[in-house]
Design a protein around this ligand. Structure first.
Ligand code: DHB
Length: 360
């Protein structure tokens, strides 16, 4: 029911981890490889040299959002190259644009020669490098990066896009992407730059960059849906779109499919709940939802923007009055499909990626 094609693979679910989550160390990557509902693994964005990243605490989440300024902590590209032979699932290596464009090209060309690597994910949207802007927000540089990095690249490649908020920016980004024809686009990377304040302790919740980092979690869902939908409309229909941002439940995943995503990447919720528990629950919820809606498979779900007006189902909308006592996710009409977040006391105040212990 959830079988999804990705490049030349047939995946049992449309779910991957998003780059940066449980994918830095060997133990984490091997752990993801064992989780049945994660169908493909994305590495932490790698750079030419290993990096320790920013000072701790550099990750925070609450029930609404996560804020993260890891600073590209990773073991360097040779480590992620070697990991390919230890993993059984399709494996995507994310490559960040920290170094010079030539160094990034060297990294990508080296990884492209490894037959065990499924694809390269080009990350031109890391928000946390102080003093460097994101190439994906600077269109002439964006074009230059893609030209240099993808001309003659034989390995399938995708690109992690930042969120866009402006119609003209969407058009310019899509014009460049159409020139270089990525095998997939992933919408969206974290929203730059968000600030979380702890009003009790009167501190910033993360240390680097005056508390500012990339934002993820449920609060970014509407922005990611808008990006998926807009690129679904602007890009050729065969473009694979991976939806990323705010997926906490089967219902959120379904909304990404309705917006136009073919697959999804999940980040914050894997940290909140553990990868095993989150993906098992989300998969079950999605399956129940499809059955309830009488879809035989996920492939039957057509993005809203591709439905003719007359084909839209005519439903009466139940304007239930707002009830303050309902929990956050209870506001959605299919609330029974979403588990409530953990008890407040059970939320860890901060995670210290990438040295997370995984439970499963
Ligand atoms: C980091 C990289 C990202 O691409 C992102 O969205 C957030 C954080 C990092 O390593 O700091």
């Amino acid at each position: 029911m959830l079988t999804t094609k990705f490049l030349n693979h047939t995946l049992p679910t449309p779910i991957m981890n998003s780059a940066g989550v449980f994918d830095t160390t060997e133990a984490e990557l091997l752990h993801l490889d064992k989780i049945p509902d994660i169908s493909a693994i994305v590495s932490k964005s790698t750079t030419f040299k290993a990096r320790e990243g920013n000072d701790h605490p550099r990750y925070f989440h609450d029930p609404y959002c996560s804020v993260n300024s890891t600073g590209l902590a990773n073991y360097g590209y040779l480590f992620y190259d070697e990991m390919a032979s230890k993993l059984t699932k399709p494996y995507i290596v994310s490559v960040a644009s920290l170094d010079s464009i030539e160094e990034m090209k060297h990294v990508i060309d080296h990884l492209a020669k490894n037959p065990k690597i499924t694809a390269i994910e080009i990350n031109l949207s890391c928000p946390n490098i102080v003093g460097k802007s994101q190439p994906a927000y600077d269109f002439p540089r964006f074009d230059e990066y893609l030209k240099t990095l993808t001309t003659d690249l034989t390995k399938p490649w995708g690109i992690k896009l930042p969120p866009y908020f402006d119609n003209q920016h969407y058009k310019e980004a899509a014009t460049i992407l159409k020139k270089y024809k990525p095998h997939y686009i992933s919408c969206i990377n974290s929203i730059p730059l968000a600030l979380h304040i702890d009003p009790i302790k009167e501190t910033y919740s993360i240390k680097p960059n005056n508390g500012r980092g990339g934002m993820g979690g449920l609060s970014i869902k509407q922005i990611s849906l808008a990006n998926v939908q807009t690129f679904r409309q602007l890009m050729p229909p065969e473009t694979v779109i991976i939806g990323c941002g705010g997926i906490t439940s089967g219902l959120d995943l379904f909304e990404h499919i309705l917006a136009g995503a073919n697959l999804v990447q999940i980040g914050t919720q894997l940290i909140r709940e553990t990868p095993q528990k989150a993906t098992k629950r989300i998969t079950q919820e999605l399956q129940q939802l499809l059955i309830k809606k009488e879809y035989a498979s996920i492939k039957e779900v057509i993005p809203l923007c591709q439905r003719g007006e007359r084909a839209m189902p005519s439903v009466s909308i139940d304007h239930t009055p707002f009830d303050e006592s309902r929990p956050l996710l209870g506001l959605c009409p299919l609330q029974h499909l979403s588990l409530p977040f953990e008890e407040e006391g059970a939320l860890p105040p901060s995670f210290a990626l990438p040295y997370l212990d995984s439970e499963v």
